[in-house]
Design a protein around this ligand. Structure first.
Ligand code: TYC
Length: 108
């Protein structure tokens, strides 16, 4: 206490400075996004957001309207594996209903 040497003091004395850096890295996270198109019904998109992204009805409507107006909207942010599964589930469900809805993932 009161006797701490700064890095500059140490450097002046020729001391070797060592930095400890934490090596624990958080895994990268991925955004799952819905894209707009002219054919998929709004109600279907709302249903997808409730079914696969655990959104309540008003959240789902809000995201659907954002996609409709802006062309793209965020459904959620997940680990790589979870994001990949959500994209597959949405694409499979849309395809079964013959809608051209596109769902993509993007590194955060
Ligand atoms: N644009 C579509 C329509 O007018 C609605 C829509 C919303 C489609 C969101 C896709 O991801 C989407 N019926």
């Amino acid at each position: 206490m009161g006797n701490n040497l700064t890095n500059k003091d140490l450097a002046t004395r020729g001391a070797v400075l060592t930095k400890t850096k934490s090596k624990t890295k958080l895994p990268p996270m991925y955004k799952v996004l819905l894209l707009n198109d002219d054919y998929t019904p709004m109600d279907f998109v709302v249903m997808i957001l409730e079914k696969f992204f655990n959104k309540n009805n008003s959240e789902a409507i809000e995201i659907t309207m954002t996609v409709h107006r802006k062309g793209i909207g965020l459904c959620g942010i997940y680990s790589y594996e979870v994001a990949e599964t959500k994209v597959e589930q949405v694409m499979e469900f849309a395809s079964q209903h013959e809608y051209p809805l596109q769902c993509i993932m993007e590194k955060e």
